[in-house]
Design a binder for this molecule. Structure first.
Ligand code: NAP
Ligand code: ZN
Ligand code: ZN
Length: 345
C-alpha cells in the first residue's frame, strides 16, 4: 500500500480539495504508474456533481491519464519501468464474457470504471487527479513515441469516444460527417474524421470557434444558433456525431441527417431529451449511442492518432486551478481540453 497526493471531490457539487489516498500494493500482474498528466473530461464534472445519479464520495476523478511506469509486478510481461503509458476509462473487467472476448470490455457487466466505481474487492476506485495509480497490465495502454504525454492524455477518453463511432459507422472518403459541439470530444472528432478522409462539418453554437474549426480540419462551419442553418442543411449529412453535454433538440438535428443516415450521440446530458419519433420514421433514420471503447480499440486510437500526427489541443493547468477549470468548461470556455500537470498535485 502507498499513500499518494490527490485532488478529491468531498461530496456532490463541492469544490475539489487536495488530499491523500491509498493505492494498493503492486500485485503480480500490476503496473504502478507515475502520473504525468490527466485530462479534464466533462464526464468528470457530471460525476463530481452526481449528475448521473448516485456517486461514490470522496471522488478522485480523471480517466485520461498518461505517465511513466515506475514499478511492475513479478508476472508482468508487457511493460517495463520507464515505459510511457496511459490509462483510460476502465481498469478491470471479467475477461471471459462475450463482450470481453470481443474487445468490448466497456460493455462487460463486471467492468470497473477508473473512478467512481468499486473494484472486485469492494474498494472504491480513484482516478487520475493523483500522483500515481496501480492498474493491471491488461488495462494499460502504450503511448506511441511521437505523441507527447500531455497531448496524448485526452485521446484515452475523448479521442477513443469519437474514433470508435467514426470507425463503426465508416466515416471516410465520400462521407459527409457533421460534428455537433466543438469541445474536448468535438475537436478530436473533427481531427479524426478529417484524417479518415470524410468531408467534415462543425455545428456549433459559438461563432468564435469558426476559425479554429477550419484549422482543426473542418471543411464547413455552421452556427447551430441560427435557424437558417437548419433550413439550409436539411438531409445534408450521412453521419452526425453529437458531443453536446446538455440536452439537445434531437429532432431538429435529425432533420439534417439524410434518409437512412445515422445520428450517433455520445454526449451524456444529466436530463432526458424528448424526441418526436416522426423524426426517425420519416426517412428511416437511425439514432444510436456509443460508449468510449474497449482496450484494443483504445490502443488503435492512440496508434491512429500517432500515425496522423493527432494530439489534443490543450491548456495545461496546475492542480490548484482544477475548480476554476471546471467553471470554465461549464461556461463553454475551453480550447479544447484542460490537462492537469500532475507534478503540481
Ligand atoms: P465539453 O468540452 O464541455 O464540450 C461540449 C460542447 O458541447 C461545448 O464545447 C459546446 O460546443 C457544446 N455545448 C455545451 N452546452 C451546450 C448547449 N447548452 N447547447 C448546445 N451546445 C452546447 O465536453 P466534453 O468533455 O467534450 O464532453 C461532452 C459530453 O460527452 C459530456 O456530456 C460527456 O460526459 C460526454 N462523454 C461521453 C462519453 C461516452 O462514452 N459516450 C465519453 C466522454 C464524454 P459549441 O460551443 O461548439 O456549441
Ligand atoms: Zn471522459
Ligand atoms: Zn466481461
Amino acid at each position: 500500500m502507498s499513500t499518494v497526493a490527490a485532488y478529491a471531490v468531498p461530496a456532490a457539487k463541492e469544490p475539489l480539495r487536495r488530499t491523500t489516498i491509498d493505492r494498493r500494493p503492486v500485485g503480480d500482474h500490476d503496473v504502478s504508474i507515475d502520473i504525468a498528466y490527466t485530462g479534464i473530461c466533462h464526464s468528470d464534472i457530471h460525476q463530481a456533481r452526481a449528475g448521473w445519479g448516485e456517486a461514490i464520495f470522496p471522488m478522485v476523478p480523471g480517466h485520461e491519464i498518461t505517465g511513466v511506469v515506475a514499478e511492475v509486478g513479478a508476472a508482468v510481461t508487457g511493460f517495463a519501468v520507464g515505459d510511457r503509458v496511459g490509462v483510460g476509462c476502465l481498469v478491470e473487467s471479467c475477461r471471459t464474457c462475450a463482450h470481453c472476448r470481443g474487445g468490448q470490455e466497456q460493455f462487460c457487466p463486471s467492468m470497473v470504471f477508473t473512478y467512481n466505481a468499486r473494484d472486485r474487492h469492494g474498494e472504491p476506485t480513484y482516478g487520475g487527479y493523483s500522483r500515481s495509480i496501480v492498474v493491471d497490465e491488461n488495462y494499460v495502454l502504450r503511448i506511441p513515441d511521437t505523441l507527447s504525454l500531455e497531448a496524448a492524455a485526452p485521446l484515452l477518453c475523448a479521442g477513443l469516444t469519437t474514433y470508435s463511432p467514426l470507425r463503426y459507422w465508416q466515416a471516410g472518403p465520400g462521407s459527409k460527417v457533421a460534428v455537433v459541439g466543438l469541445g474536448g470530444l468535438g475537436h478530436l472528432a473533427v481531427k479524426i474524421a478529417h484524417a479518415l478522409g470524410a468531408e467534415v462539418s462543425v455545428l456549433s453554437r459559438s461563432p468564435g470557434k469558426r476559425e479554429d474549426a477550419v484549422k482543426l480540419g473542418a471543411d464547413h462551419f455552421h452556427l447551430s444558433s441560427d435557424p437558417a442553418t437548419f433550413a439550409r442543411l436539411t438531409g445534408a449529412f450521412d453521419l452526425m456525431l453529437s458531443t453536446v453535454s446538455e440536452p439537445l433538440d434531437l429532432g431538429a438535428y435529425l432533420s439534417l441527417v439524410r434518409n437512412d443516415g445515422t445520428l450517433v450521440n455520445v454526449g451524456a446530458p444529466e436530463a432526458p431529451v424528448p424526441l418526436n419519433l416522426f423524426a426517425l420514421i420519416d426517412g428511416r433514420k437511425r439514432l444510436a449511442g456509443s460508449m468510449f471503447g474497449g482496450i484494443a480499440e483504445t490502443q488503435e486510437t492512440l496508434d491512429f492518432c500517432a500515425e496522423h500526427g493527432i494530439g489534443a489541443d490543450i491548456e495545461m493547468i496546475s492542480a490548484d486551478r482544477i475548480n476554476e477549470a471546471y467553471g470554465r468548461v461549464l461556461a463553454g470556455d475551453v480550447r479544447y481540453r484542460f490537462v492537469i500537470d500532475a507534478s503540481t498535485i
